[in-house]
Write a new protein. Structure first.
Length: 443
């Protein structure tokens, strides 16, 4: 059976300038937060990723009127017609972020019926942090098969302590608390840039939110919130993907919109590899020139401002051809090293023990058929394919589409030989000469 794939040919020396779209991890929760309002809101810099399209379907299921002007990256949402508090498995199973409507629905209706969420196969990612704290706010929660039913006659303000600074739990609780009378404090809250963008939106709506040390979000509930207009912050993870692709191919790139202030440890590690980095005024904008002799560096993922788990996979790809050995430790998701098997198929020397990957750099990687198991794994495999000898055929493209808005086109503009095809076409092309590969695919 034929399926969509990406076909990547070795493309050394990527070079040019790239523009950015809004952050996937910010836009989805901001779209969910619009449920808290009654009227028409307008979001700009919205990426056309599959997860955004799924969230649009979700909002429409709830009764919202949604218009997405894809070419302008503008999204208009009228929430005055929302009349439903249930979201079925057809949407929830495709996107983990869909659980983020739970807080807004509880704030608006005092109830929410949601199928348990799906998404990437990167770990359990339990929603118990969400549920246990909603219970402390007076919510009755019942699991009926694969449907979570939540009910609250009245939400109660509370002091809520997160065992782990979960981004999703912080966002969900905060959205419920902004319309809850009294003062709610979230202790050990996640403070990722995307969380701060949500806070900026909620404050535009009229929410009363303060950040207190250490890692505490204080919310004073208000009676109502108003619609907003907001530009989604630029995607630091797209920046990371572009930098790694440039690094692994020995090229150079200018990303004028890059939020360098949100990538300190990533830029530090790329610098330790020997790459040259220039950051623009007020830490916005990055000029990057790759070294031709990268050194291996070790790192450990952690909540912000630590090394982001979402850039672990692509950064691992860069280590596969770096000089020396390194250790990468994944501390956020227990099952986020599946891409190592695919990189090994390409000739990478990686040994995995529990949540650690031990990597010894090799001179070359080799193109082959690989499978993307999650969004960021797809990014790693594309990066590896760009430096690998021969042709790489990657399936699991739906993950790539969920996370990025046509990132392959941005890479192609930098000189990457990357095309969308079908496995049937790619199978034929695999046995052709290099020139024949592209002739087959483009036909």
């Amino acid at each position: 059976m034929s399926e969509t794939c990406l076909v990547i040919e070795q493309s050394l020396g990527l070079n040019g300038q790239a523009e950015l779209y809004g952050a996937k991890n910010a836009v989805l929760v901001i779209m969910a937060s619009l449920i808290l309002t009654n009227g028409k809101s307008r979001l700009t810099n919205v990426p056309r990723s599959d997860d955004v399209l799924q969230m649009i379907k979700l909002l429409r299921k709830l009764g919202a009127q949604v218009s997405f002007y894809e070419d302008e990256h503008v999204l208009e949402v009228d929430t005055s017609t929302i009349n439903n508090f249930a979201v079925g498995a057809d949407i929830m199973k495709k996107m983990r972020a869909s659980v983020l409507v739970m807080g807004p629905l509880l704030a608006r209706f005092g109830r929410a019926d949601i199928a348990l969420p799906g998404g990437c196969v990167i770990g359990e990612r339990p929603i118990n942090y969400h549920v246990s704290n909603f219970v402390k706010m007076g919510v009755d929660v019942e699991i009926d098969g694969e449907v979570l039913r939540a009910r609250a006659l009245k939400l109660a303000a509370s002091k809520l302590v997160l065992e782990y600074p979960s981004v999703g739990a912080t966002e969900n609780i905060m959205m419920a608390a902004v319309l809850t009378p009294g003062t709610t404090r979230i202790i050990n809250a996640a403070l990722e840039p995307e969380v701060l963008d949500l806070i900026a939106v909620l404050k535009k709506m009229g929410a009363q939110i303060n950040l207190l040390p250490p890692a505490t979000i204080e919310i004073q509930g208000v009676d109502q919130l108003k619609p907003v207009e907001h530009a989604i912050l630029f995607d630091r993870l797209e920046v990371g993907a572009l930098l790694v692709a440039t690094a692994i191919t020995g090229g150079q790139i200018h990303i004028p919109q890059a939020p360098a202030y949100a990538l300190d440890i990533v830029l530090m590690k790329l610098g330790e590899m020997g790459h040259h980095i220039e950051v623009g005024p007020e830490e916005v904008g990055i000029r990057f020139k790759a070294t031709q002799s990268p050194r291996a560096v070790s790192f450990k993922t952690a909540p912000y401002p630590g090394f982001p788990t979402d850039l672990q996979a692509p950064m691992m790809a860069a280590q596969c051809i770096a000089d020396g050995t390194c250790v990468i430790e994944e501390t956020v998701f227990e099952n986020r090293l599946l891409h190592t098997r695919e990189l090994q198929k390409m000739g990478a020397q990686i040994k995995v023990e529990h949540n650690k990957a031990f990597i010894t750099g090799v001179d070359e990687l080799y193109g082959t058929k690989v499978i993307a198991t999650d969004i960021r794994a797809s990014c790693a495999l594309v990066a590896a394919g760009l430096c690998a000898q021969g042709t790489t055929i990657m399936t699991g493209v739906h993950h790539w589409r969920r996370g990025y808005d046509a990132l392959e086109k941005k890479l192609a503009a930098l000189g990457a030989r990357i095309e969308c095809a079908t496995t049937e076409t790619a199978d034929i092309a695999q046995y052709s000469t290099t020139a024949g590969v592209w002739e087959q695919i483009r036909s």
